[in-house]
Design a protein around this ligand. Structure first.
Ligand SMILES: [Zn+2]
Length: 277
């Protein structure tokens, strides 16, 4: 009712965010879809309250790195850890809308913004079959002391957003319309197997070498917990390692090291929401 009378304003452009999509009812997302040039996107993420209007969502700067296996993020990570593929999905600059949204979910207790951005990212990637061969999503955790201060793990909420998109894009195949690459089955989020075993200082003010030192051996993976959580038994699971921001890649590389130490046969796809651009 409050949203109907006083619809939230988009922090990007100041326009009201369509109330029909804020209610979270996918069948009533027509208001958002009508004002949005990317109809299918609006429809798919309608179950998550949007943090911004559809026009600003469509204009967030995509890296398109998923189309290029040798993208700059992958090349940066290649010197730190083995992986199958890696990319960051958006560019951000210090004063950009995306930077403000990231700040919201990291420091202003807006977990729904993380879910929204996860859903937005997945709605770009899922139609191309990006998640088709992933066995599980593994959000990179923060240490419990930081989670206590923040109130949640933001990567867990990013993963929830991804899963929300996968669930709404997963069509049940019929004999006449067999599963296509764009029809992606939902994958489990395994959020308790990978743990940050010691706190590390915030990375913001550190040099690249300092970041590597700061994040060395800070994660540990419980192999049994992870393998038991997989939908089907495998010693060589394909895991989506998920983080919010990739700058030097030090945190992601440390998490990947922990996974591969515990499960040497694991195949890693590394996905981060954003990278400086
Ligand atoms: Zn806007």
């Amino acid at each position: 009712m409050i949203d109907f009378l006083f619809p939230p304003r988009c922090p990007g452009c100041g326009r009201p965010i369509p109330s029909s999509s804020v209610t979270g009812n996918p069948s009533s997302a027509t208001g958002a879809a009508r004002s949005c040039s990317r109809r299918s996107l609006c429809g798919r993420i309608a179950s998550i309250p949007p943090a911004i209007c559809p026009l600003c969502a469509a204009s967030l700067p995509r890296t398109r790195y998923e189309l290029n296996p040798d993208n700059p993020v992958a090349l940066r990570l290649a010197s730190l850890t083995p992986f199958h593929r890696a990319h960051s999905h958006f560019f951000y600059t210090p004063d950009s809308l995306l930077a403000a949204l990231i700040h919201d979910f990291k420091y202003r207790f807006h977990p729904s913004t993380a879910r929204y951005l996860g859903a937005l990212m997945a709605s770009d990637l899922a139609p191309h079959g990006y998640f088709a061969d992933i066995d599980a999503i593994l959000p990179i955790p923060i240490h419990w002391t930081r989670r206590l201060r923040r109130g949640y793990s933001q990567t867990r909420h990013l993963a929830s957003g991804i899963l929300s998109t996968l669930l709404t894009t997963s069509a049940v195949p019929t004999p006449a319309f067999p599963t296509s690459p764009a029809s992606t089955p939902a994958v489990p989020i395994i959020s308790d197997a990978l743990r940050a075993i010691r706190p590390h200082r915030t990375q913001t003010a550190l040099t690249p070498a300092g970041r590597l030192q700061n994040t060395r051996s800070i994660f540990r993976l419980d192999r049994r917990l992870l393998l038991d959580a997989l939908p089907s038994p495998s010693d060589t699971p394909h895991l989506l390692l998920l983080d919010d921001v990739c700058t030097t890649g030090a945190t992601v590389a440390s998490a990947a090291e922990a996974v591969l130490d515990a499960i040497p046969g694991a195949c890693l796809t590394i996905l981060t929401l954003a990278t400086p651009g």
